[in-house]
Design a protein around this ligand. Structure first.
Ligand SMILES: *Cc1c(COP(=O)(O)O)cnc(C)c1O
Length: 477
């Protein structure tokens, strides 16, 4: 979570009021408060001395949250912003259940186990009964766990847990999500990144294989890239690593970061080889709260077999009763998201998932095509892999840039991030649109109307207005 400083002077409620007699809280909330008889707002950066009535407290929190955005107009995030009321009910049922109390809540634990089994089947684990996996708070935690397993397997291979001289490395494209930079930083692994080149905006199989050596713990491939929604060529990466093994004897495992794509490809791209059908793929993660269609935060990590997950990383604790093995960074975790994931699997089935994802892809492709048809924009991707596409301004456009477009769209309520690409394409700045369940064809039409209405004004600008830092950050979701 964001790293916050303590009290700052910008707190809205702790400033001295110009008129000390004035009542600073709405009298409807304050004077009606039988507990404190409060007429002034409570301090916002320290605990008040006394309690207040629940209705007044709720109203104050509610008022603070009113200025948050409308999530349906957020085209930046991959994360689920709508579930049906029945899912809310299921989640409410489990709000108080702690996932870790597997002995007290054996049925919640059973639903988690079934979700793992369903994903093992969906991702074509050769022997689903031997595949292992767990729920997490999201893909980031899942990637940490998968990375730790890779690192420990490497340490076993080279002998000794932390050989003094050897520094492990992990090979990936420069387009990986920030969680992989975190993993490498936190667990002291060198991140070896394949830079982008020209129109290739993700990993290159040959370049990845060339970066591997005896201290490579694995190669991460992304399905698909957060930068532009493109699928990385997982099968080609595996093939390049097969050739490397034949040449050198190096056996480099592959992890697939399927945060989004592992819940898209199984339904829309069944012929695409990216999952456990590829023998080199040892682990896969996904975000249940992205195209798994569950509210945040739930993710999943699976290993093709128990051999891929070193036993010594798995903990068994008996102080809550029971003796269930766990693999997780946190101890306590809410059970509601796991129950909601099971609900979604049950509710949709394969055909339902296909329909939902097909709809999202349909909206993405059609909106991308319309944006590509304007004289102002050039598409980098078309929304036909992840239902996500990135576009930039045509080279002849000099009156405005993508940051101006992002800023102007925000005036109409649309959140569309603009950002620059990593090496070697830092010259490239793009806008990205994520189409999720709930971003309907109707909403896409309204978006296109708003964008079209802005273009004449943008074309009339004297030049780009400069990039506000706040705009260039919103895409890492
Ligand atoms: C979103 C994303 C992550 C991080 O997932 P969280 O569930 O937000 O922690 C990791 N990798 C990729 C490719 C992603 O799209």
């Amino acid at each position: 979570m964001s790293l916050h400083k303590g009290r700052t002077d910008t707190g809205t409620r702790d400033r001295p009021r110009t008129d000390p007699e004035a009542v600073s809280v709405n009298p409807f909330y304050g004077e009606a408060d039988p507990v404190s008889g409060m007429t002034t707002e409570p301090p916002s950066h320290r605990l008040a001395d006394s309690p207040m009535a629940p209705d007044a407290a709720r109203q104050l929190v509610h008022d603070e949250l009113m200025l948050d955005g409308n999530s349906r107009l957020n085209l930046a995030t991959f994360v689920t912003t709508w579930m049906e009321p029945q899912a809310d009910e299921v989640m409410a049922l489990c709000r108080d259940k702690n996932m870790i109390d597997k002995d007290e809540y054996p049925r919640t634990a059973e639903l988690e186990r079934r979700c793992v089994a369903m994903l093992a089947d969906l991702w074509n684990a050769p022997d689903p009964s031997s595949a292992v996996g767990c729920s997490t708070t999201g893909s980031s935690e899942a990637c940490m766990l998968a990375g730790m397993a890779l690192k420990r397997r490497w340490a076993r291979r080279v002998g000794g847990r932390y050989p003094a001289a050897a520094r492990p490395n992990l090979v990936m494209g420069a387009n990986v999500q920030v969680c992989w930079e975190k993993f490498c930083n936190f667990w002291e692994v060198e991140a070896r990144q394949v830079p982008m080149e020209g129109e290739r905006l993700h990993i290159d199989p040959q370049a990845a294989a060339q970066l591997c050596d005896e201290n490579t713990i694995g190669v991460v491939t992304v399905l698909g890239s957060t930068f532009d929604g493109s699928y990385e060529p997982v099968a080609d990466v595996c093939e390049a690593l097969d050739a490397l093994q034949e040449r050198t004897g190096l056996e480099v495992p592959v992890h697939v970061d399927g945060a989004s794509g592992a819940m898209i490809a199984p339904f829309l791209d069944q012929d695409l080889l990216w999952d456990f059908r590829l023998p080199r793929v040892t682990s896969v993660n996904t975000s249940g709260h992205k195209y798994g269609l569950v509210y945040p935060g739930v993710g999943w990590a699976l290993w093709r077999s128990s051999e891929a997950l070193p036993e010594e990383l798995v903990f068994r604790v008996n102080y809550l009763g029971g003796d269930m093995p766990t693999f997780a960074l946190n101890f306590s975790r809410p059970g509601a998201q796991v129950a909601a994931q099971y609900y979604t699997f049950l509710r949709l089935g394969r055909r339902g998932f296909r329909a939902v994802q097909q709809t999202a892809r349909g909206v993405a492709r059609s909106l991308a095509a319309r944006i590509g048809d304007t004289e102002d924009f050039r598409l980098l991707t078309h929304g036909d892999q992840l239902p996500v596409f990135a576009f930039t301004t045509e080279s002849h456009v000099t009156a405005f840039d993508v940051f101006d477009v992002s800023r102007r769209l925000r005036e109409r309520g649309w959140l569309v991030p603009a950002y620059t690409f990593p090496p070697n394409r830092q010259d490239l700045s793009v806008l990205r649109i994520v189409c999720r369940n709930g971003f309907t064809a109707d909403l896409a039409d309204m978006f296109m109307d708003d964008l079209s209405a802005l273009l004449p004004e943008l074309r009339g600008q004297g030049g780009p207005l400069g990039r506000p830092e706040s705009v260039a950050t919103a895409f890492h979701h």
